[in-house]
Structures are given as structure tokens and as C-alpha cells.
Design a protein around this ligand. Structure first.
Ligand SMILES: Nc1ncnc2c1ncn2[C@@H]1O[C@H](COP(=O)(O)OP(=O)(O)OP(=O)(O)O)[C@@H](O)[C@H]1O
Ligand SMILES: [Mg+2]
Length: 293
């Protein structure tokens, strides 16, 4: 068991950038679906009151009786009843749009930073990977996410001012490691809506690569971070699929966006399709070591 009470192998990742509209939700949904396609069991947590990831996966946020907020606010909530199966290996904890009261209640809770972590300890045990789609702010919900995960993945667009925003985000992560979650690490940056042909984009990527390289021997939570390749190209199919409530793999499996997110899943979750679950491996070993008849 880890300090988070989950299996050591479970990866918990917050997808975070306080800048709006950079590709967080698109990346959370399609990277989660790509990992699920590779045989990992994935729980996607929609932590954004905009409920875009919930909509993207075809769930109407107004029709959900219970959401991530019930799980955070009430430790008695039955976690299993909130998790929605979406497709093979992929499940969702939905968000809800009417949250003013819930957020106020959370703000008054003395242990508010730890509520999400405890909620995930109750709800997420069966999954290999937990991915949290964060709102575009560094507020209460985001701090809760940073207390609940091991890794931060930063979706961003390679615009010049984006680097400033990433600096602020890295500093927030560093402060979290000092105060609340010493194990927190920045896994890296995912380049979204990327146009590799512009010199500005090339310069921003070179600056980011150099920044992370320089941190290798420093005691900072981004010392192992990298700019993941491939970048996600701008692809209209990725912009279309949310309105159909589908991932790119259901909506346009041959599109560039599907190829990019598949390859990115390989870079982030490992090259080979996931091994069989332990119980299957044990059976396979037993069969393999049985004398031939
Ligand atoms: N690679 C891409 N190509 C084309 N359009 C994209 C791509 N990635 C994202 N988009 C579109 O850009 C818009 C913003 O993306 P997305 O909603 O993922 O950003 P976000 O960071 O989650 O936004 P918010 O901060 O509001 O949560 C959406 O309309 C989405 O469909
Ligand atoms: Mg979003």
C-alpha cells in the first residue's frame, strides 16, 4: 500500500493548467481512452464544474443524481454508485454544473485539501490509472487534486505567454510538495493544438526542453519532467467529437488526433500493451509449469 492507500502500481495523474482552453479536457478524455484501449483500467475523474469531460463522454451532467462533489463532501457516500462505466476499461466519476453550494461547503471544511484523496482511496482502488480533469484555476478543487495524485501532466499550447503560466503552475506544485504532498511530481508537458511549422512554437518547445534539462540535478518536483512526444496536432475531428459524446477513437479512429493520442499513450504509459492482470498471470504460470500430459 502507498501513503495514498492504493496499490503501489496505480498511477494517479492530475491534468492541470490554470489557463483556459489549452486542451486539458480533450487530453484527459482521449488519453484515458487510449490507455483503456491498451488494456489498462482507467478511472477518469471530472473535477471541473464546467463538466466538459462528463459531456465529452456522453453523460448528461444534469441527469446525474450524484457527482464527484457528493463523494468529496460526504464520506458516507457509496463510491461505487457514483462511478459510471463508459466503455471497456474506462469509467467516469461525473461532474455537475450546479456547484455553488457544494464549493462553499467544501471551503468551510477543515480538512478540505484531503477530501478528494480520501474519496479516491474509497472509489479508485480497482483501477490501474486515475486521471483527473482539473478546472482552469489554481483554486480549492485544484489544490485538492494536487493533494490526491502522484503526478501532474500539463497540457499547454506553445504560445509565448504560456511559459509564464507554466512557471506559476510549477511553483504551485513545488509549494504543494513542501506543505501537503511531498511525493508529488511533474511528469511533463503535453503540447496541444500544436503547429510544429511555426517558429514561435519551435522556440517555445526548445525553451521548455532546455528548462527541464536544467532542472535534472535540482531538488525540484519537475527534475524528471519532459515535453512528451508526439505533440498533439491541431485536428478538427478532436474539436468535433465532444458534441457527439464520443472519444476520438469512437468518432474518428483513423484521424490524426486518434493517432497522436495513441502514440502519446505509448510515451506516457509504456510501449507494450499492458500485461495481463496478476490473477491471470498466476494462472498462466501454473499452466506453463504443469507437466505435459
Ligand atoms: N488538438 C486539437 N485540435 C483541434 N481542436 C482542439 C484540439 N484540442 C482541443 N481542441 C479544442 O479546443 C477547445 C479547448 O479544448 P479543451 O476543452 O480540451 O481545453 P481545456 O483546457 O479543457 O479548457 P477549460 O480550461 O475550459 O477546461 C475545445 O473546443 C476543443 O475541442
Ligand atoms: Mg476543460
Amino acid at each position: 500500500m502507498t501513503e495514498h492507500g492504493s496499490r503501489p502500481a496505480q498511477r494517479r495523474i492530475a491534468l492541470l493548467n490554470q489557463k483556459g482552453g489549452v486542451g486539458k479536457t480533450t487530453t484527459t478524455v482521449n488519453l484515458a481512452a487510449a490507455a483503456a484501449e491498451r488494456g489498462r483500467s482507467v478511472l477518469l475523474v471530472d473535477l471541473d464544474p464546467q463538466a466538459h469531460a462528463t459531456l465529452h463522454l456522453g453523460v448528461d451532467p444534469d441527469s446525474t443524481d450524484q457527482s464527484i462533489y457528493d463523494l468529496i463532501l460526504d464520506p458516507e457516500t457509496d463510491a461505487a454508485s457514483i462511478v459510471r462505466p463508459i466503455k471497456a476499461n474506462l469509467a467516469l466519476i461525473p461532474s455537475q454544473t450546479d456547484l455553488a453550494a457544494a464549493e462553499q461547503e467544501l471551503a468551510a471544511a477543515p480538512d478540505r485539501q484531503h477530501r478528494l484523496r480520501r474519496a479516491l482511496d474509497r472509489a479508485a482502488a480497482p483501477y490501474d490509472i486515475v486521471m483527473i480533469d482539473c478546472p482552469p484555476s489554481l483554486g480549492l478543487l485544484t489544490v485538492g487534486a494536487l493533494a490526491a495524485v502522484h503526478e501532474v501532466l500539463i497540457p499547454m499550447q506553445a504560445h509565448f505567454l504560456a511559459l509564464q503560466g507554466v512557471g506559476k503552475l510549477l511553483e504551485t506544485v513545488r509549494l504543494m510538495t513542501v506543505s501537503v504532498n511531498p511525493a508529488l511530481r511533474v511528469a511533463g508537458v503535453v503540447l496541444c493544438m500544436h503547429d510544429a511549422t511555426t517558429s514561435l512554437a519551435q522556440e517555445v518547445v526548445a525553451d521548455l526542453d532546455a528548462y527541464f534539462e536544467k532542472a535534472r540535478d535540482q531538488n525540484v518536483p519537475w527534475r524528471d519532467a519532459r515535453v512528451f512526444r508526439p505533440a498533439i496536432r491541431r485536428n478538427i475531428k478532436l474539436a468535433e467529437c465532444p458534441s457527439f459524446g464520443q472519444t476520438i477513437f469512437d468518432y474518428a479512429p483513423a484521424a490524426a488526433g486518434a493517432a497522436d493520442y495513441r502514440a502519446l499513450a505509448g510515451a506516457i504509459f509504456g510501449p507494450a500493451p499492458a500485461a495481463a492482470p496478476p490473477e491471470v498471470r498466476v494462472v498462466a504460470q501454473a499452466v506453463a509449469t504443469e507437466p505435459a500430459r
